[in-house]
Unconditional design. Sequence first.
Lengths: 334, 334
Amino acid sequence: MLRPTSFDVAERAGVSQSTVSRALRNSPGVNAETRARVAAAARELGYVVDRHASSLRLKSSETIALVTICRPGEDRSAINPFYFALLGSIAAATSARGFNLLVSFQESAANFRADFVASGLADAMIVIGTTSNRTAWDFFAEAQAAGLGFTCWGSPGDPFHWMRSDNGIGGRLAAEHLIAGGRRRLAFIGPQRSPQRQFDERRDGFTAAATARGVTPILAEPPAASDRHAQGVAAARDLLARHPDVDGIFAASDMLALGVLQGLKETGRSVPGDVALIGFDGIRAGTLADPALTTLEPDLDAAGEALVAMALEDTGFRRSGTRIPVRLVARGSA
Amino acid sequence: MLRPTSFDVAERAGVSQSTVSRALRNSPGVNAETRARVAAAARELGYVVDRHASSLRLKSSETIALVTICRPGEDRSAINPFYFALLGSIAAATSARGFNLLVSFQESAANFRADFVASGLADAMIVIGTTSNRTAWDFFAEAQAAGLGFTCWGSPGDPFHWMRSDNGIGGRLAAEHLIAGGRRRLAFIGPQRSPQRQFDERRDGFTAAATARGVTPILAEPPAASDRHAQGVAAARDLLARHPDVDGIFAASDMLALGVLQGLKETGRSVPGDVALIGFDGIRAGTLADPALTTLEPDLDAAGEALVAMALEDTGFRRSGTRIPVRLVARGSA
DNA sequence: CTGTCCCGTCAAAGCGGTTTCCTGCGTGAC
DNA sequence: GTCACGCAGGAAACCGCTTTGACGGGACAG
């Protein structure tokens, strides 16, 4: 018998099929003895509830769709590892609720696949990989036109549900840490106008805290390059050429910071001896760098949990713009 | 109207519901003009096929379940980035076939969730994250007891479907590259008895090729430590203490190699000046190291495609033990 | 002894598609 | 003019589960 149905279980347990359903779902109105008999029959037959039949009837699939937006033509191994970490924490949060996670990577504006909710496959959709990603705006536009709802990591603004790292606090912590370490010639390296303002927030928090302590940071826009790492290398070279006495750098992201680190070494600077360096995101690769990268690490467990909760519209997370707490992890570089 | 059904489309197009189904699935026996009218009606109503109803009837969900096995209690950010890369390529392969991907991380042998196929949620299951992971064997045992079928990245042996990197060739390429670079005092750093023999294969390929060229490598088992990176650091120290004249190292994986790199630097060795270093896996972090890590990179696109094909039992992939080609990517470290 | 209530169970009606079976009608052969 | 044929499309069965509504029988009150 291929895949026993609830009718098979019913026959074996000597009850009706509806009783099987009630017994297995712990619905009320089933005698304890009957319930046990059904459970035994189900176990013996290796019965597993058909999720399609169940979801069809219940109109709920207990599944969340996770869409990760990539740059067009981007090799998947080039995706910022931060998003893989976020994926992992979202998976943990869904799994903790007994939900399934449907994962999809999308890189082309041409054929976005976003009907996961409309087709019933998922109860809600989460979108990540959007920060400073132009493709993301195409996706937002498509979604809005289609009346699609989702929860998003980033700052797309209304009418979407979204949240992000507490970038402002992160920037402040970076400034405080560098200054507490005796650094006074500070610089921020990062995009000066990011589509979703995530980097702007980091910069502004950094600048405000530094200024309050009498230091005015240099703001350096990284030159165009193939990826963040390459941008970081070039940005470090440029910056040190123009401001050789910089002694503390806050980079807008870890990938950028790892590039900056390499650029600093190439120009003969020692880290943290000559220049202290702080990144943002807490990616694993930062711990492997030499020296290990000091960084601002968002609480990913909280982020995953909050994204899932907001997606499922649990109370307390309906308001967009929630900030995920960030802590400074001091390692070798600063 | 919440979620139009095919009946709504039928009414609007002035045809029966069964014709709508036929028209939208491109089944034969529908007049071209009628087909167009149905398509228009569907578009106007924003109709999307309910995947549960469809899957229920078709007994196929066009979905693949991907289970990633983690070490118990392991933080998800500690998962070897290689598996995230593999996840990405599997996602690409499923997406290319119009399939969905259900992702699940499992860390405890106690409550494995593996009924994705039995419940109809997925048509097939792929398991990764098993290499040198003890938890994996619990999973295999459970699966076998439950008569569960799946395709696996690793070498669990019969009765499972599985494939892995062409480890032997990789080992040989590493030896050849080091020797071609003038290295003669070679060492292999890695587990000497790995549960699935993946590392053994790398070692044996390395040793055989080196021996054929008159070089007998030192074999170094890394000491126990919190993770592969830490193991690498310690292994490098140990090795150089006992064999100060080693000038070429092949590490069993990139994570290990990155640790070895750090260990080498700490003991004052320059890389590749004093010691050349090669890793295995082609992870992104290797490109960020200083110097960038020379590595053996499996063709991940091929791996993802082959895993999906084997899982769906496409012809030509039924035989377990398929080897995914590996190429040597020469970067700074060797 | 009869009427009422409640508990446990069952039959059956969906959920929204896909597909089989069948009918109606236009075409061409004889 | 009649008949066979084939195409387009409709009615209905069915996928496996959840849940409503109905029912039988035992307990209890009157």
